[in-house]
Write a protein that binds this ligand. Structure first.
Ligand code: PLP
Length: 490
């Protein structure tokens, strides 16, 4: 593709993207494809001869667009709603064009140092102490993996050289709440401790880790010769966005000399708001923290910010420089080589889009959107609370509402005596599943579900920059309309 063709197709593509961003609602938010549609529509082998960009783009529109679930649709309320904002998309375009591999400082001084600057800004906005050094990974799962690998490096003697097998070592333990994210399970598996080395601590009625239960689990493990390795506190759990009591957990970890990692992948961004600064109370004595700008900070996937007070432990676990990557500035210790802070060698220039987003929105713009999302969620929660046919199933500390349709209006399923309660619960689970499918088939909104205390629960997650009160009202209307239709049909 020569420069003239690139310019032509680039302009066309940017026009297409601008239209898309302006009017994502012309598409159903949830793809209506059936499994295999895309594979069947495309040739089984790569073309032998070059094809024109026009032909490729035509197939993109014809075959792939119907197979897109539109995360950039303001009716996207599933999982954690996210936004690829204009400045973030432009940053991503530049990242691809520049193709920086920021493994060594010299392979991209700009990418290396901008990462430090952008993460420094984000750290300040969230009120994290300057003792936290930052590095960008692709996802929170990888951030948490590195936290646990560093904790293992710090605790297990000579683990880097000798590993865990065939040695006289105690059993090690990692703790998180019953509501913590599955990425922790995967990290525990990946660092070779075995899945059973993860203890899930019970939560209270608001889905927060019970600190007495954590302390008791640690004491019992110590008595049995098991060595506590790390605790993960969640600031914004995935199902309900509950916030674990960070300060109390931090006190236990400090007393017990256990690595404390904070999973603030979604909700950490809210610490930018004066109203929510308290969610990170106690973070100064945590060892590491993850927050994902690609969740609630308007930056296209994939940017996960990992902060660590003991980055030297990460480096001790992973730094390894073969001859062909040695540099004079690296040997002199004059620079930071990002390949030292993790398992990856080549690294994308991810800081660019984050930096562009922070500058374009400004701190005030970021705060405005976050506060607006929280306000919209409180409005939706108040509608649920006021309607006897629906029940809120968890507190709403941020922008996610967990609720359930309970058609007979009792709102008190839990108080029924078993086995009547069981039968009723099973029926309600099925009805809520039908309601979820019905509203999602509308094409106007996409919501997801979770289970709380064994019950099927609907989740409305507000987080797209273009989501307004009209979209949230429409979601509520659709839920009520489809609930009425389902009730008529049963
Ligand atoms: N931690 C929490 C609390 C999450 O909600 C999620 C995903 O939703 C993750 C970690 C994993 O995020 P990622 O997809 O960036 O690995």
């Amino acid at each position: 593709m020569d420069a003239a063709a690139f310019r032509k197709h680039g302009h066309e593509l940017v026009d297409w993207i601008a239209d898309y961003l302006e009017e994502p609602e012309r598409y159903p938010v949830l793809s209506r494809n059936s499994p295999g549609d895309i594979v069947r529509a495309l040739p089984a082998s790569a073309p032998e001869d070059p094809e024109s960009f026009g032909a490729i783009f035509a197939d993109f529109e014809r075959v792939l667009v119907p197979g897109l679930t539109h995360w950039n649709h303001p009716g996207f309320f599933a999982y954690f709603a996210a936004t690829a904002s204009g400045p973030g998309i432009l940053g991503e375009l530049l990242t691809a064009a520049l193709n920086q591999q920021a493994m060594l400082w010299r392979t991209s001084p700009a990418a290396t140092e901008l990462e430090q600057v952008a993460l420094g800004w984000l750290r300040q906005l969230m009120g994290l102490p300057a003792t936290f050094e930052g590095v960008i990974y692709d996802t929170a799962s990888i951030s948490t993996f590195h936290a646990l690998a560093a904790a293992r490096e710090a605790r297990v003697p000579a683990v880097r050289a000798l590993g865990l097998c065939g040695r006289d070592l105690p059993r090690y333990r990692v703790y998180c709440s019953a509501q913590a994210h599955s990425s922790i399970d995967k990290a525990v598996i990946a660092i070779g401790l075995g899945h059973r080395s993860l203890t899930r601590v019970p939560v209270d009625e608001a889905f927060r880790m019970q600190t007495e239960a954590l302390a008791a689990a640690i004491a019992a493990d110590r008595a049995a010769g098991v060595v506590p390795l790390a605790v993960i506190a969640a600031v914004g759990t995935t199902s309900t966005t509950s916030v674990d009591p960070l300060r109390a957990i931090a006190d236990i970890c400090r007393r017990e000399h256990i690595w404390l990692h904070v999973d603030a992948a979604y909700a950490g961004a809210a610490a930018m708001l004066p109203t929510h600064r308290h969610i990170l109370d106690g973070v100064e004595s945590a060892d590491s923290l993850v927050v994902n700008p690609h969740k609630w900070l308007f930056t296209p996937v994939d940017v996960s910010a990992f902060y660590c007070r003991r980055m030297d432990d990460v480096r001790a676990a992973f730094a390894l420089t073969p001859e062909y990557l040695k540099t004079s500035e690296g040997d002199a210790g004059a620079v930071r080589n990002l390949m030292d802070t993790g398992i990856q060698l080549g690294r994308r220039f991810r800081a660019l889009k984050l930096w562009m987003v922070m500058r374009s929105f400004g701190a005030s713009g970021l705060r405005e959107h976050l506060a607006r999302h929280i306000e919209l969620a409180q409005r939706f929660a108040s509608w649920v609370d006021a309607d006897p046919r629906f029940t809120r199933m968890a507190p709403t500390p941020f922008s996610v509402v967990c609720f359930r349709w309970e058609p007979d209006g009792t709102g008190a399923a839990a108080t029924l005596a078993p086995p009547a309660a069981d039968a009723r619960e099973v029926a309600l689970d099925a009805l809520n599943g039908r309601l979820l499918d019905a509203v999602n088939q509308s094409g106007e909104i996409f919501i997801s579900h979770t289970k709380l205390n064994g019950r099927y629960v609907l989740r409305l997650a507000i987080g797209h920059a273009r989501t307004t009160i009209d979209h949230v009202s429409r979601a509520w209307q659709l839920l009520q309309d489809h609930a009425a239709r389902i009730q008529e049909s049963v």
